[in-house]
Design a protein around this ligand. Structure first.
Ligand SMILES: *Cc1c(COP(=O)(O)O)cnc(C)c1O
Length: 412
């Protein structure tokens, strides 16, 4: 245990569910529960049903075990955003195709990615970044790279998403045609990409963005080899139940087909959340109760960043057998000595829950486990594999699109 990192150690013993973990270990610290079968199912769903290629956006959860599960289930391309993510995925998956999709990179990171890790695909949203990529991939004899695959990131609206990605990155439509034309001269293969924001609650988000792609491409009149619709595919949380993903795929496909691009142009997407939200949940313990507030042992600086900072409601379940009272609303305090370590919820739990009781918090595989810090000495969390179903799922077949006969993917 002395080598334990902020990630905790990986307990290889497999448990049926959270209750059995609590019974066996009565853990003093939070425990992350991973469900490889849920990530595998999500991967197969995208691989089989998205009408193009699905890249996994590694930042949503950079666990090496997870990227291997996705690879084993057909995900071959990975969207990486830092040199550390490039190294991590390259180490876990020597044959994976890595796409460096952060539009602001350092020259050294680009150089290492290109020359040491075989990365050829980069995104950019300015001429300066294009120049940086071209310079950093020029070899010592002054020869320019001939195999670059460059994607110009367009700024699009985040109005249909729960978390905006609209203000930071992306080239404005007014500058897009010029940037596309200049970029075309430096690459073997040119694409357009965007990100509609995370947890896009309607497929219409992509329609609007693809309209912008159409305008940019029409004005630039250059050959486009790939259109990458980014991430934003939702998962299922209390109060945020999205339409079936098939609706997103169908609408994206229809609008992609209508674009003025090469007949053999590829369609890509970069799901983060949708591929891994169902992968993990978390066991926490109530350390103190004050009225309707529960002081638990994980929080804003742990896996519950989004619960604290954007008031995300994650599903919860009490793990004690002897709680009998009806559910009522609770808020959580995390363990650190910071007032901001507060999660408003509401989280629905039995009214007689008390200090010492355990709770499972679901749907934390995306931007949960990945955001844990060691602040105030509370970073530890053991990781354990469990076999039960996640608290919600877009892939289980119980949310059947009435127009499609099934949304279950094959079990291997
Ligand atoms: C974060 C990110 C993603 C993944 O977004 P989700 O909303 O988790 O699907 C995809 N592409 C880029 C460029 C990102 O920054």
């Amino acid at each position: 245990m002395s080598e334990q990192t902020v990630w905790g150690s990986l307990e290889l013993h497999i448990h049926p569910d959270a209750r059995s973990v609590v019974r066996a270990l009565a853990p003093d610290e939070p425990v992350i529960l991973n469900r490889p079968h849920a990530a595998a199912r999500a991967a197969r769903f995208f691989v089989e049903k998205f009408p193009g290629k699905s890249l996994y956006a590694v930042k949503a959860n950079p666990s090496p075990e997870l990227v291997r599960i996705l690879w084993d289930n057909g995900v071959t391309h990975f969207d990486v955003a830092s040199i550390a993510e490039v190294r991590l995925v390259r180490e876990a998956l020597p044959e994976a195709e890595l796409c460096f999709m952060h539009p602001v990179k350092t020259a050294r990171a680009i150089r290492e990615a290109y020359f040491e890790h075989g990365v050829k695909t980069f995104s950019l949203d300015t001429i300066e970044e294009l120049e940086k990529i071209v310079d950093a991939t020029t070899n010592d004899s002054g020869e320019r790279a001939r195999n670059l695959r460059l994607l110009v990131r367009l700024r699009v609206s985040s109005e249909y998403s729960e978390l905006s990605l609209a203000s930071k990155f992306g080239c404005d439509l007014a500058d897009a045609a010029e940037l596309l034309r200049v970029t075309r001269q430096h690459c073997d293969w040119l694409g357009v990409c965007f990100h509609v924001g995370s947890q896009a609650m309607t497929p219409f988000a992509y329609v609007q963005a693809l309209e912008r792609v159409r305008a940019a491409v029409a004005e630039a009149s250059v050959v486009i080899d790939v259109v990458d619709v980014g991430g934003g595919f939702p998962s299922d949380y209390p109060g945020m139940e999205p339409p079936p993903l098939e609706d997103y795929f169908a609408i994206i496909h229809r609008h992609f087909e209508a674009l003025p691009i090469a007949y053999n142009a590829e369609l890509w997407c970069e799901p983060g959340r949708a591929l891994c939200a169902e992968y993990s949940s978390l066991i926490v313990r109530v350390e103190k109760r004050r009225g309707e507030e529960l002081y638990i042992n994980d929080g804003a600086y742990g896996a519950l960043f989004d619960a604290a900072h954007v008031e995300w409601r994650f599903p919860v379940k009490a793990l004690e057998d002897d709680l009998e009272q009806p559910l009522q609303e609770f808020a959580f305090y995390g363990p650190t000595c910071d007032d901001a370590d507060y999660m408003k919820g509401p989280f629905m739990l039995p009214a007689d829950i008390q200090a010492g009781d355990y709770i499972e918090i679901g749907m934390l595989g995306a931007y949960g486990a990945a955001m844990k810090t060691g602040f105030n000495g509370f970073g530890n969390a053991e990781q354990i594999v469990v076999e039960d179903e996640p608290m919600a799922s877009l892939y289980r077949g119980d949310r059947v699109d009435p127009r499609a006969s099934d949304n279950v993917v094959s079990l291997r």
